[in-house]
Design a protein around this ligand. Structure first.
Ligand code: HEM
Length: 331
């Protein structure tokens, strides 16, 4: 049993117990239940796996520390903790980690992320095939394509494909779809939102770094500490969503079928201008227009003999859908 240094005033009682969370993780817990010490080498995997954090949150609460070697990473879980953590002192938590990845990005060097798996999938889906991704704009566009791929996947799995007729009822046959049309298409809009909630592609969140000493949910935090807002925990927060583990467009509809925005819908994270997703508006616009246009132009069917496609994500740079085939029949 080793003793970790006290780098945070908050986390000052280390009792290195032998609780084994899984066969691969050794966990040392504190009496306040907020510090977890990982002795495993696959910490990157662990750090970015939301379900793992949801499990830890049950035991350790909505804020706890994971120790990676000597480095503490503070994890925020659930809507309230993520919102308060990111918005109470937004400037204080506005740093980013400087990793070789970001250094290369800043120098304008492309980083190849290509894997045959993705591109095959994109060809099937008929989206422009990118041979490799420079992590400039193209890399970011890829997020939208990936989310769009989820859109069709989920649409196909919808048992009740009701009210997609609203597209025909509201839009003229040759009318181009605009983003403002979402106001007349509440069900379509709700489906797009629910897909982003249920099938979020950013698993835990992008790490932030404290740029000065600050407080987080009332706890003192030192400059340089890494903070991870667990976005999945917000999007599946049982206190915020009626059926968090079920695909349910009703989360975004009121009793009259009108679209309602939800505060806990944070797939792009939270905050004001400090470090929030710069592409949020573009992504939302593209996703809506893309999805509505596809549904109006085609009838989607699973190929013969296929009854269901997997909605389990594959952990990669983002959470990705499994490859799948579909038939798009022009309407
Ligand atoms: C469905 C699509 C997308 C999702 C779910 C998404 C989500 C996110 C999230 C969660 C963050 C971290 C924000 C934070 O730390 O508070 C982020 C950052 C960022 N996003 Fe997006 N994003 C998407 C599409 C895009 C697009 C299309 C662009 C640009 C065209 C973009 C540009 C950025 C940039 C530049 C940052 C880093 C901001 C910074 O560090 O200051 N994103 N995104």
């Amino acid at each position: 049993m080793s003793v970790l240094p006290r780098t945070l005033a908050l986390y000052n009682n280390y009792i290195h117990g032998d609780d084994v969370l899984t066969t691969k993780l050794a966990v040392g817990s504190v009496n306040s239940g907020c510090s977890v010490y990982l002795r495993c080498m696959w910490f990157q995997y662990v750090l970015f796996w939301p379900l793992f954090h949801l499990q830890l949150a049950k035991t350790h609460g909505n804020i706890y520390t994971l120790w990676f070697g000597w480095t503490p990473v503070i994890i925020l879980n659930g809507y309230q903790a993520v919102k308060d953590g990111m918005t109470t002192h937004p400037e204080d938590v506005s740093g980013r980690m400087v990793s070789p990845f970001f250094r290369a990005l800043a120098k304008g060097k492309g980083i190849i992320l290509a894997s045959g798996h993705h591109w095959k999938q994109q060809r099937r889906f008929g989206i422009t095939t990118l041979r490799s991704l420079g992590m400039g704009k193209k890399g970011l566009e890829y997020r939208v394509q990936e989310e769009a791929s989820h859109l069709v996947e989920f649409f196909l799995n919808l048992k009740e494909q009701r009210d997609h007729s609203e597209l025909d009822a509201v839009l003229g046959p040759s009318q181009l779809i605009c983003y403002k049309d979402r106001r007349e298409l509440p069900y379509t809009n709700a489906v797009v939102h629910e897909i982003q909630r249920f099938s979020n592609i950013v698993f835990v969140g992008m790490p932030r770094v404290c740029v000065r000493n600050t407080t987080l949910l009332g706890f003192p935090i030192k400059k340089g500490t890494i903070i991870m807002p667990n976005i999945a925990s917000v999007l599946y927060d049982p206190e915020q969503w009626e059926t968090p583990r079920q695909f349910n467009p009703g989360h975004f509809l009121d009793k009259e079928g009108k679209f309602v925005s939800r505060e806990a819908f944070l797939p792009f994270s939270a905050g004001k201008w400090h470090r929030v997703c710069l592409g949020e508006h573009l992504a939302r616009t593209e996703l809506f227009i893309f999805f509505a246009s596809l549904l109006r132009a085609f009838t989607f069917r699973l190929p013969e003999g296929v009854t269901k496609i997997s909605t389990e994500p594959i952990l990669g740079g983002t959470l990705q859908p499994h490859p799948y085939r579909l038939c798009a029949i022009p309407r």
